[in-house]
Design a protein around this ligand. Structure first.
Ligand code: FE2
Length: 137
């Protein structure tokens, strides 16, 4: 089990989005460390809250750019649905954590790690060329 490493293949070629993705990766990695640290239950709650807030901030930015540059409705709706599902899932983890701080284990990290890396390499890479061409206009 290890942390996520940023690779150039994760880049979508849009600097503001890449920076935000790096921050999301860093937060997900902090979650890993907080879960591993058995005395770190308070830290875990803080990281989860920060992750939830930052994910919403980032998704709003990304969806806003796609909308601004005329990304096709069908693709944008699909993309928004993925973001919404992740946001709901993180809020569910936060609720679970509030009921029982000891209940979150590495499966939470594994889920977020896989979601983040899959989403960047599959869903976000789909808009990469589109957005690079439009954003440069
Ligand atoms: Fe996305």
């Amino acid at each position: 089990m290890h942390q996520i490493e940023w690779h150039d293949s994760h880049s979508v070629g849009v600097p503001s989005i890449d920076e935000q993705h790096k921050r999301l990766v860093a937060l997900t990695n902090r979650l890993f460390l907080a879960i591993m640290d058995e005395t770190g239950e308070t830290a875990l709650g803080d990281v989860l809250d920060e992750l939830a807030d930052y994910a919403v901030y980032h998704f709003t930015h990304e969806e806003g750019l796609l909308h601004l540059h005329g990304y096709p409705d069908e693709l944008l709706t699909e993309h928004r649905a993925e973001h919404a599902a992740l946001t709901d899932q993180v809020h569910e983890y936060i609720e679970r954590y509030r009921e029982d701080p000891a209940c979150l284990d590495l499966s939470v990290y594994v889920f977020l790690r896989d979601w983040t890396t899959e989403h960047m390499s599959r869903s976000d890479s789909k808009y990469s060329e589109f957005l690079q061409a439009r954003a440069a206009e």
